[in-house]
Design a protein around this ligand. Structure first.
Ligand SMILES: Nc1ncnc2c1ncn2[C@@H]1O[C@H](COP(=O)(O)OP(=O)(O)OP(=O)(O)O)[C@@H](O)[C@H]1O
Length: 627
């Protein structure tokens, strides 16, 4: 991605971001593509009850990148009520006139005054973290992850790492950077899907935190919540030992589960055993996030922080669509903390139709193939909680089981045979832009049916099936529009599949409409920000003119919705001095894999693990290099 260069705002610069007036207090830092400021906001944020916020300013070169940023913002909106997630406040996008075709995006969020967890760890190079501190950090970060996994369908963070945890003024640890979130990704079934999943993993995950099922896609396992659990295992190990367990061994070590515990610092056997459990080769043998929380609470000798988690998953057949939208699962989590029970019956994710039956049934009972099955599994898993952690022995985990190996072999053979015929029929025609959900691509008609291909996998990045209060209104409007304009006389109760398609067709046009409404009132020194014009989506309007018009009329909120994801973050190397040991490793020149690289032509399919990674300086980076 060709990133336009922009200057930083001066102290005192005034901006409008959504419905907030913003005054820059201080330039804090620059991320891969973002400038980060502290700012005064008016009105104050009612969640944090503060008038100081963090402003992230990102220049995105094109509409595709703008679409990807929307996912990040949508995820933050879904999770805004959670205490252990950096809280979303407002956002705004505009065309950047100085840079042809690029957009300027502003995201206001809770200001984490105490900076990053990595900075805190750097202050403790000599006096390493105590076990109680480690458990406290784990407990809070895991609660942030639990809010994502409790959504139906669940959200997978995919980039849990030390660098993505910030510390608030009152010393709470908060998960951030939702630029890689996705739904469950089912195993690929043909070369196109394989290529798609592989590229997507490389772009959106960090090498040292990748789970075995991410490294070896041929295992035929879905990428689901258990991949986040693995990353939490790496995270926990790094909290303890300031390095990652597979730093030296690279991918072969990840695939074989070979790692060691340093002698220093000396942590309890229970803590080391917990790391082993999280780093189980077989995802089904890793605890789920709620089991993990319970275990952490046990070790801390405190009550389980989330009450009656089964209630979140409890299906209901008496909630109508509107209630469904109003009761986001994030809110359910909050309600659970206050001991009330809200039911939720989000439709099962569509991609589940495409999962091979053997994988679902033998490997991943706790998925949403059947929500009742999931409840039972969660329930019994919690009941089994003590046994899953109390094996006592902590051998280097290498416990992938045979039945799965058989199904993986079958999958490999199937893909190989498909690959053979595919090679004969010509090159794979999957452009890089297809890896990222495109509005054009996702603007499927209301009665779009499952195709089972790459298009279906792309939807795992779409948050169209989730709802927030704001989105609920939009979703309802669109559904109403589609239902009334498409099939007169048809049922007013859309099927879950239809509901999802409609949601997926929403964002682009809604976004343009909202940005147009009063977002160009930036002060003169910021007049480079021009509102996004409708002309940018003329082709969509041709197709959906009536829907869009109606939607624009109905939308009253000034809050924009746009996906977010960073395509590439080549961080400049910072000389942070000898004291910054971790930072110098983890923030080495960033080779994050969000760079837009063309998809290579199909290669022969390697069934074996790849050659080892370079031994060091890989932590904290999303790398293409090892490929
Ligand atoms: N809410 C916040 N409060 C305080 N500081 C923040 C906040 N968000 C981000 N920062 C600071 O800004 C830095 C960069 O932010 P962030 O990682 O979100 O940007 P990015 O462009 O996505 O960078 P990256 O390449 O790391 O993904 C963080 O490391 C952190 O120090």
């Amino acid at each position: 991605m060709n990133q336009p260069q922009i200057g930083t705002y001066n102290v005192g610069t005034q901006l409008t971001v959504g419905s907030h007036q913003v005054e820059i207090i201080k330039y804090l830092t620059s991320g891969g593509f973002a400038q980060v400021y502290s700012a005064l906001i008016s009105p104050p944020d009612h969640h944090t009850n503060s008038n100081i916020a963090c402003l992230k300013r990102v220049i995105v070169p094109d509409k595709t990148s703008l679409n990807t940023l929307r996912a990040e913002v949508d995820a933050m909106k879904l999770l805004r009520n959670n205490r252990y997630v950096v809280s979303y406040i407002d956002s705004h996008a505009a065309k950047a006139t100085l840079h042809n075709g690029s957009y300027e995006v502003f995201v206001l969020m809770e200001y984490c005054e105490r900076g990053g967890l990595i900075d805190f760890m750097n202050t403790r190079l000599q006096n390493r973290l105590h076990e109680s501190e480690i458990l406290q950090i784990m407990c809070q970060v895991t609660q942030g992850v639990a809010a994502m996994h409790a959504l139906q369908p669940p959200l997978i963070h995919r980039d849990i790492k030390i660098e993505n945890v910030l510390i608030s003024a009152n010393n709470e640890y908060k998960l951030c950077d939702f630029g890689s979130v996705c739904g469950v990704i089912r195993p690929p079934r043909n070369p196109q899907e394989l290529s798609y999943v592989k590229q997507d993993i490389l772009k959106n995950t960090t090498a040292q935190y990748r789970s075995p099922e991410m490294v070896d896609i041929f295992r035929g396992l879905p990428i689901n919540e258990k991949s986040d659990i693995w990353a939490l295992g790496i995270f926990l190990y790094k909290l303890c030992y300031y390095t990652t367990p597979f730093e030296k061994g690279g991918e072969p070590a990840i695939l074989n589960g070979q790692f060691e515990f340093p002698l220093y610092p000396d942590y309890s056997k229970q803590l080391r055993n917990l790391i082993c459990k999280l780093l189980a080769q077989n995802p089904s043998q890793r605890p789920n996030v709620f089991q993990l929380l319970k275990q952490i609470a046990n070790m801390q000798n405190v009550p389980y922080p989330i009450q009656d988690i089964q209630a979140v998953q409890r299906p209901s057949n008496h909630l109508n669509l509107m209630e469904l939208h109003q009761n986001s699962a994030t809110q359910n989590i909050q309600s659970l903390n206050s001991h009330s029970i809200i039911e939720n019956s989000m439709p099962n994710p569509k991609f589940q139709y495409g999962m091979p039956a053997n994988v679902i049934t033998t490997q991943f009972l706790p998925t949403r193939e059947n929500s009742q099955a999931f409840i039972n599994a969660s329930s019994s898993s919690l009941a089994r909680n003590s046994s899953i952690f109390e094996t006592g022995v902590c051998n280097a985990p290498n416990n992938i089981n045979q039945p799965n190996a058989n199904s993986a072999t079958k999958l490999k053979q199937a893909i190989e045979s498909e690959a053979h015929s595919f090679r004969e029929s010509g090159p794979i025609n999957v452009s890089l832009r297809n890896i990222i959900p495109q509005d054009d691509d996702s603007s499927s008609s209301s009665d779009e049916s499952y195709t089972g291909g790459v298009d279906e996998l792309k939807k795992t990045r779409s948050l169209g099936s989730y709802s927030t209060h704001e989105n609920a209104k939009r979703g309802e409007s669109v559904i109403a529009s589609l239902t009334s304009s498409s099939t007169p006389g048809s049922s007013s109760a859309p099927t879950p599949a239809k509901i999802k398609s409609k949601h997926q067709s929403l964002p682009e046009s809604a976004f343009v409409g909202i940005v147009d409404s009063g977002k160009d009132n930036l002060p003169s020194d910021s007049n480079r920000n021009q509102p996004v014009k409708d002309g940018a989506s003329v082709s969509k309007q041709d197709l959906k003119n009536s829907i869009q018009q109606r939607m624009i009329n109905l939308l009253s909120s000034s809050e924009e919705s746009f996906n977010a994801r960073k395509l590439s973050r080549a961080k400049a190397t910072k000389d942070e001095g000898p004291g910054k040991l971790i930072a110098s490793i983890s923030r080495a020149p960033v080779l994050k894999e969000k760079k837009a690289k063309p998809i290579p032509p199909p290669k022969p399919f390697h069934l074996k693990p790849k050659p080892p990674l370079k031994p060091s300086f890989l932590a904290g980076q999303k790398l293409f290099s090892e490929e």
